[in-house]
Design a protein around this ligand. Structure first.
Ligand code: PMP
Length: 361
């Protein structure tokens, strides 16, 4: 198959231009006669590339100087545990908003390191709506408030940043980072696994207000301490050099696309088009999420008769529409529409859905 449209939730589609450039540069990167993967991370070529990636990201997302940008490893999951180690002292509590699978996981993984208080939880509604800010039971003495602006599995997304007063807001933006302009000042710490909107897996991007780095006072190995990573330009040990390089290419690609405002507009149009196809199908396809909470990145949907699921998946794959199977927790389908999924892919998907419904009425 020459060209497919990849709707995977992650690892997800990367911009074709980024992959083509990486391919061109693979055997001779930056005139070095070798690939980027074979360079020392202490070499001047790699250090210049790493600095440019950070500078491009700072420009794209308007990241103020009093925030550090870190290129880490361990997946978002490792940072579920590492964030409380760094931001909470012994005996502190932290407020967690549980609005889907990942928020629940973040809370349970934090529990060995901080007193977790679940300040809002929409499990009773099967995570089909979002707990509004007014429902959050926040403690003004909490070390931080953690939430998941976009829940990848459940397909719910906060479209506004909640105001939590003076308590640092921590956001797991794994599945919506860089999909729209980022108001960094509203957050204490933002983190994201790279494998959806940034690059390959194995890289975690973190943007953290520098004053919060001083909070890590309990005994822990240096490798866990964000302040050490910040002081060492994320090169306390060997970083994920390949991931960092590809992230840098993605940042350049985003700038060439017109930046995050342009991506937000493109993502809005893509999502509206898919939801319109679902809502306009006369019940053939359904998305049960509260319309105000619908995600622009991950769109779960079901067919009116689940007996058709296997056929839908086989036929869509044969048509070059890949990875539409829903998460096992929900069944049905899910289309992820990250930055690198072009509008043509959504056009191909909605045309296929209409055609499928007409053929299997
Ligand atoms: N948070 C969110 C919102 C996610 O979507 C995912 C992965 N799908 C994770 C955390 C876990 O990420 P990782 O596999 O990088 O640990």
């Amino acid at each position: 198959m020459s060209q497919v449209w990849n709707f995977s939730a992650g690892p997800a589609a990367l911009p074709r231009e980024v992959l083509e450039r990486a391919q061109r540069e693979l055997l001779d990167w930056d005139g070095s006669g070798m690939s980027v993967m074979e360079q020392s991370h202490r070499g001047k070529r790699f250090i210049a590339m790493a600095a440019r990636a950070e500078a491009d990201l700072r420009e794209l997302a308007a990241i103020p100087d009093d925030y550090a940008v870190l290129f880490l490893q361990g997946g978002a999951t490792q940072h579920f545990a590492q964030i409380p180690m760094n931001l909470a002292g012994e005996g502190d509590s932290a407020d967690y908003i549980v609005n889907g699978h990942w928020g629940a996981k973040a809370a349970s993984e934090a529990a060995p390191y901080v007193r977790v208080s679940v300040a809002a939880d929409s499990k009773a509604d099967d995570y089909r709506r979002l707990p509004a800010r007014a429902e959050w039971k926040l403690d003004p003495r909490a070390a931080y408030v953690h939430y998941t602006p976009n829940e990848t599995i459940h397909g719910v997304q906060y479209h506004e940043i909640p105001d939590v007063g003076g308590v640092p807001l921590v956001a797991d933006m794994s599945s919506d980072i860089l999909s729209m302009p980022l108001d960094v000042r509203r957050f204490g710490l933002i983190y994201a696994g790279a494998q959806k909107n940034i690059g390959p897996s194995g890289l975690v991007l973190m943007i953290v207000r520098r004053d919060l780095l001083a909070r890590a006072t309990r005994p822990m190995a240096k490798i866990f301490r964000y302040a050490e990573q910040a002081a060492n330009d994320s090169m306390l040990n060997t970083p994920n050099t390949w991931g960092w390089y590809l992230a840098g290419l993605t940042f350049q690609w985003l700038k060439a696309q017109g930046g995050l405002a342009a991506m937000a507009e493109r993502n809005r149009i893509k999502a509206e088009r898919l939801y319109a196809a679902i809502d306009g199908s006369g019940g053939y396809y359904r998305n049960a999420i509260d319309p105000a909470a619908r995600s622009r990145m991950n769109v779960p949907f079901t067919l009116h008769d689940s007996a058709l699921d296997a056929r839908f998946l086989a036929e869509s794959e044969a048509a070059g529409l890949i990875a539409l199977k829903g998460h096992k927790a929900l069944g049905g389908m899910r289309a992820s529409l990250y930055n690198a999924v072009p509008p043509e892919a959504v056009g191909a998907l909605t045309a296929f859905m209409r055609d499928f419904a007409a053929r299997h009425g």
